[in-house]
Structures are given as structure tokens and as C-alpha cells.
Design a protein. Structure first.
Length: 263
């Protein structure tokens, strides 16, 4: 049986490919478990500085695999029945909580949970084949997997209300205009563009980049004085890798391109 999640190293970047193309990469129990496991591995692996998430075939992800019986979480337990945020909430926290740059290469349809997974990433890249759709109300459901939190922060309240309540599909060009996509490559290679963008982010000291992401995420929930405190505290953390801190200063003074090692 094919692996539900493919993992490929590209220099300092890891490419994660949701790999159930025959199911439009709908999230099954096995895929969910693989996602949760790889996020922990990436968090602890200092050789990985950035992540690109995409889907195999013509879809990014069609959301939850409803053919899995209970919607993708395997056999129910007492704990799962009492889980306030449910398995897809825990998956959202895992993806959003990763403090390394994560880029969604939205190569095709991103529906429901699939759309939420892309929103949990820092940046989204798409093209002519990209299609977003919230889908929840069509299934007589409310927003889940972080959709109500991410979407208004990305596109604003009224546009989020439009997309949630109409459940209409939007193509890549409209998604770019709305701000759902940060890069639009037209008929170009979405995955290649995402890897290139990840390369731009991972050329810098990883402690500084991870600190920047952490502060940016936290500041979304803070007022300005509290955000300034976070920024001040982050100055030292960003320079906590001594060799990279020295290289940043030395390369500037010597007017040359820096070579950061993450140490």
C-alpha cells in the first residue's frame, strides 16, 4: 500500500506530499497519524529549516475522508469522545504550532479541512489549477479545523463571511486578489515556486527566522505594548546561535554574502 504522506528532502527544506490522489488526498486516519508524526520530527530536526506542503495529483486536499466511517480518526475511544477540539483540531494546532517556515503549494482543489490546512501554513502559493472552497455549510456543519480563526485573519471578516456562508468555489486568480494566495504563478509549477520561496526564507539564520515566526504568531493575539515586549525579548533569542550571529555581523562589515550554518 502506498504511503499516505511522502517526505522528500530538498537541501534544508522538506517537501511533504499528501499522497492519496485517487481520493483527492482526503485525510484518512493513516494520513492524519503520518502528519502528526512528521511535524514532531521536523520540529526536532535541526537539519530542516523550512517546509513545503502539497498534494499528489490534481488536488491539494479534498478535506476529511468521509468514507473512513467516523471521518478520519480511526476507532473511537473515551478520550476521543471527550476531546473538545477533536482530531482535526489537534492536527491544526500541530501544523500551526510548528515554528519553522511552512508554505502550502496549493496545486489543485483545497476544500474544507484541506483549505484549513493551507491556512495553517505561513504562506500559500497557487496557480491556474488552484481552487478553494470552505464547504462546511453544504454538509450542514459549522466551520472547523481553525477555519473561523484563520480565514478572517487572512482575508478580513466580510470576505470570510462570504466564503463561509455561500460555500462558493474560488479559483487561483480570485484567491490571489483576496489574499488567500500570496504568490500566483499562473500556469507555472506551483511546487517549484513554493520550494524557491522556501529557499529564500531558509537562506537566513534559522533561529532568527523561527523567532520571527513565533513573534508574528503571538502578536496576532496581543495589543501593541505587549507585542513590543515580545519583540524586545526576541532580539536575544534571534541571536542565540553564536556562529550565525557572528557571521551576520561579519558578512555585513566585509560586504559579502553570508553563509549561515544554524550554529
Amino acid at each position: 500500500m502506498d504511503e499516505p504522506l511522502l517526505v522528500e528532502r530538498v537541501d534544508r527544506i522538506v517537501l511533504l506530499t499528501l499522497n492519496r490522489p485517487e481520493k483527492l488526498n482526503a485525510v484518512s486516519p493513516a494520513m492524519h497519524e503520518a502528519i502528526m508524526a512528521i511535524v514532531e520530527e521536523i520540529r526536532d530536526d535541526d537539519r530542516i529549516w523550512g517546509v513545503v506542503l502539497t498534494g499528489a495529483g490534481r488536488a491539494f486536499s479534498a478535506g476529511v475522508d468521509l468514507t473512513a466511517g467516523d471521518g478520519g480518526n480511526g476507532e473511537e475511544t473515551h478520550a476521543s469522545r471527550l476531546d473538545e477540539i477533536m482530531w482535526f483540531g489537534r492536527q491544526t494546532l500541530a501544523l500551526a504550532g510548528l515554528d519553522k517556515p511552512m508554505i502550502a503549494a496549493v496545486n489543485g482543489i483545497a476544500v474544507g479541512l484541506g483549505m484549513s490546512m493551507s491556512l495553517a501554513c505561513d504562506v500559500r502559493v497557487g496557480g491556474v489549477a488552484t481552487v478553494f472552497r470552505t464547504m462546511m455549510v453544504e454538509r450542514s456543519l459549522g466551520p472547523d479545523s481553525g477555519m473561523s480563526w484563520f480565514l478572517p485573519r487572512v482575508v478580513g471578516y466580510s470576505r470570510a463571511a462570504d466564503l463561509l456562508m455561500t460555500s462558493r468555489a474560488i479559483d487561483g486568480e480570485e484567491a490571489y486578489r483576496l489574499g488567500l494566495l500570496d504568490r500566483y504563478v499562473g500556469a507555472g509549477d506551483v511546487v517549484a515556486a513554493a520550494i524557491e520561496l522556501a529557499g529564500e526564507m531558509t537562506r537566513w539564520p534559522p533561529t532568527a527566522v523561527r523567532t520571527a515566526k513565533t513573534i508574528l504568531r503571538r502578536s496576532m493575539l496581543l495589543d501593541l505594548p505587549e507585542a513590543l515586549v515580545q519583540e524586545a525579548a526576541g532580539l536575544q533569542r534571534a541571536r542565540s546561535a553564536p556562529n550565525d550571529a557572528h557571521e551576520a555581523t561579519a558578512s555585513f562589515l566585509e560586504k559579502r554574502s553570508p553563509k549561515f550554518t544554524g550554529t
